[in-house]
Design a protein around this ligand. Structure first.
Ligand code: FRU
Length: 496
């Protein structure tokens, strides 16, 4: 079904209760509903927003178009959690119903100040000629979760030299000053990020552009984030318009980071190493980080991409968020590990060890459509080894290691009848070193998150296999490999 502009700009407040309930019912019946991931009650979810710890709880909002699986008029939807694992739906947080956000409450971030959670976002507006005018806006949430929007934008203009693609404020505090990064497009149609500063979160001064060496690196940088970790500065952003190079930049848009010296807030210079992708899989974009109560830096991303159709669309919903990942830095590289708390989802546990002699093996306790699987492989002269998951006679998702090429290969060619974004390929690879390999995998109804070698690389992918495709097979080709495997059945996040 083609959505007209009018349909995409229909607000949830304008449709009848019956119509919305019918959509909810349709979504509930979808066979692809996730069980331990944040997903929209109906419609389309995209970027995580306002991720923060406030008043004893984690708050995570997301971009939401309520009425269907398309990018229509965006709201902020609110979820909260005490443990980053079990999330509760709170409801709509920000409605795009003012002059400064009339065509969408776009992405942004949260920061606590004077006992209240300040939510900064981009008000997307369009004029009669359908030309975009972005405003940087503020909504303030109190400890009763009551949110008040300011009618006046905190930044009303786009500075000279930049186009109307100017959005996604990320705010942090350094000493007694607040800083805001905004994703921008220069007038010459290259992407960058710019910096503002403020003493009170209300009056903001334009400081200028962050100077990196990536002057021509895509046409727009979305969703910037900056933080310091283990003595390094880290700049995360989602550049659009990169050409793929070998195994890199295979998706429609990318998402990655630069690490370097701490950002010089005076000169706005960021001396950094090369750009790394945050995720090597198919479905990952627009991540956001926060510092939790224990001081950990935690990242959540959108498990989806713009402009790609997904098999859930016909059921009236699209996308989910990734599991939270704890970040650290090793040799200038971001290491991403699933947060410890996810162990709370574990139910029964099974273990097995196999010597794979140029063969494929199964085990009666290893199967399922929702589980956590940890495999430690040791190579003994095999050419290739790995696993097939969500497997049946027709379907499988294959994760393998090519010993000669030293590459981890994630193959979703046979993951189900409908593989999203096929035009961007169905295989992703990246370089991974070593004779031994650890795969830590979370499988939900329609997704796989693979952490390689304790977070050295991550591959995130939606998959849409049949319910009956629940097999797990271990294999080694051309020689021998040993695998020690552990599987945990997982509870859904709604179970206690
Ligand atoms: C990234 C993005 C942001 C924007 C939001 C709108 O996916 O395009 O730049 O604020 O989505 O939903």
């Amino acid at each position: 079904m083609e959505w007209t502009r009018e349909q995409r700009y229909t607000r949830i407040e304008e449709v009848s209760e019956e119509m919305y309930v019918a959509l909810e019912e349709k979504v509930k019946k979808s066979k692809w509903r996730q069980t331990f991931h944040i997903q929209p009650p109906t419609g389309l979810l995209n970027d995580p927003n306002g991720f923060s710890y406030y008043n004893g709880e984690y708050h995570l909002f997301y971009q939401w178009f309520p009425l269907g699986p398309v990018h229509g008029i965006k709201y902020w939807y609110h979820t909260k959690s005490k443990d980053l694992v079990h999330w509760e739906n709170v409801g709509i947080a920000i409605r795009p119903n003012d002059a400064i956000d009339s065509h969408g409450a776009y992405s942004g971030s949260g920061i606590e100040h004077e006992g209240k959670l300040h939510l900064f976002y981009t008000g997307n507006t369009r004029d009669e000629q359908w030309i975009r005018h972005p405003y940087q806006c503020l909504a303030v949430m109190d400890d009763q979760l009551h949110i008040v929007k300011r009618k006046q934008a905190v930044i009303e203009d786009v500075p000279t030299g930049y186009t109307e693609h100017f959005r996604d404020p990320k705010v942090w505090k350094h000493k007694d000053t607040f800083y805001m990064l905004i994703g921008a497009q220069r007038e010459n149609e290259t992407g960058c990020v710019v910096l503002y500063s403020s003493k009170d979160l209300l009056n903001w001064s334009f400081e200028g552009e962050i100077k990196t060496t990536l002057d021509e690196f895509g046409y727009m940088w979305e969703c910037p984030d900056y933080f310091e970790l283990d003595g390094k500065g880290v700049l995360i952003f989602s550049p659009q318009g990169l050409e793929s190079i070998e195994d890199a930049y295979q998706n429609i848009y990318q998402s990655g980071y630069l690490t370097g010296d701490e950002l010089n807030l005076e000169t706005k210079t960021f001396s950094h190493d090369e750009f790394h992708e945050l995720d090597r899989g198919f479905d990952f974009y627009a991540p956001q980080t926060m510092v939790d109560v224990k001081g950990r830096r935690i990242l959540v991303g959108w498990m989806g991409l713009p402009e790609i159709e997904y098999p859930t669309d016909v059921d009236g919903w699209a996308h989910c968020l990734t599991l939270p990942r704890e970040l650290s830095i090793q040799n200038g590289k971001l290491i991403q590990r699933p947060i410890r708390e996810l162990e709370k989802l574990r139910k029964s546990e099974h273990q097995a060890e196999f010597i794979l002699k140029n063969e494929k093996r199964t085990h009666e306790s290893f199967n399922g459509t929702r589980y956590e699987l940890i495999c430690d492989f040791t190579n003994k002269a095999a050419d290739q080894f790995g696993i097939e998951i969500r497997a049946s006679s027709e379907e499988k998702t294959t994760i393998s290691f090519d010993v000669k090429e030293e590459k981890l290969i994630f193959d979703r060619t046979l993951s189900g009848v409908e593989v999203p974004g096929k035009e961007y390929g169905t295989i992703r690879k990246c370089h991974v070193k070593g004779e031994s390999l650890k795969l830590h995998i979370f499988v939900d109804t329609s997704s796989v998150e693979l952490f390689v070698n304790d977070g050295e690389e991550v591959f995130t992918s939606r998959i849409f296999p049949k319910q009956g495709s629940d097999g797990i097979r271990f294999f080694a080709n051309g020689g021998e490999a040993v695998v020690r495997a552990k599987i945990y059945e997982l509870s859904s996040m709604n179970e206690s």
